[in-house]
Design a protein. Structure first.
Length: 100
């Protein structure tokens, strides 16, 4: 089965507590804004250990967070290369018990 441990179709993704908070999609994967990614206190409070930037906009990650940029909005980038970078980060972070 490709269903990750802890995932239940009967439970919706966790709603953010504020507009700027990331949404927990899976126990190890969040979706959030650039504003949330820049908020180190927020990242610490939700135990975020890695960040993935899916835009070509430059970003300096908070100290202590693993970081990968997958510029999906760049028309000259290889989508398969970007997808592999994303999957590698998600897989390694999940294996280490972290959150992306």
């Amino acid at each position: 089965s490709i269903t990750p441990p802890g995932y239940s179709e009967s439970l919706p993704p966790t709603s953010p507590t504020s507009r700027d908070s990331p949404i927990l999609i899976l126990p190890f994967l969040c979706l959030g804004s650039l504003k949330a990614a820049r908020n180190q206190d927020l990242l610490v409070s939700i135990s975020m250990s890695a960040l993935m930037n899916c835009a070509s906009q430059d970003f300096v990650p908070p100290e202590g967070c693993e970081y990968v940029q997958c510029a999906l909005d760049d028309p000259y980038t290889s989508l398969s290369l970007q997808r592999q970078k994303a999957m590698d980060l998600i897989s390694s972070t999940r294996q280490d018990g972290g959150v992306v």
